[in-house]
Design a protein around this ligand. Sequence first.
Ligand code: ZN
Length: 175
Amino acid sequence: MRLPFHYYGDPVLRTRCLDVREINDEIRTLVSDMIETMDAHDGMGLAAPQIGKLLRLFVIRNHNVDERGYIKLTTPQAFINPQITIEGDEFDEMTEGCLSIPGIREMVRRPFKITVEAMDEHGKTYVETREGLDARVVLHENDHINGVLFIDRIDKRAKKRIEPLLRNIKKKYDN
Ligand SMILES: [Zn+2]
């Protein structure tokens, strides 16, 4: 089932989410609905607050990059109660967008390499190291469950430039 979306301006996107206490059928249904919702919007990731649930849970679609540089989305993955460790001191910059802030894409600087420990939808704990875009997607979604949006991480000039667009989004979705 596709879930209704919450957009920029909705306080649900600015709230620190709570740990998932128990991984049960309800959570598994939520994960599966979130994956369906993410795919319906061609997203690479979707965090629980974006569909109005204040839980430390997000889903992403992994991807491959082909020889021409095109990104092909592959398997979905759930991250429940994730813990992130930044590895090293390397950063990179890439353009990001967000399904909750339609029409805005800006450069964001993020750590290049992370280790993430999380549970999947069956309650199994896993640990993995991710780099580049693979790390970025996780960091973007992890920000969501802390009430942080990518526009909080762009430079001041860009922030100023998109202010009118943000006001329009707020007005359009009236939340
Ligand atoms: Zn987002």
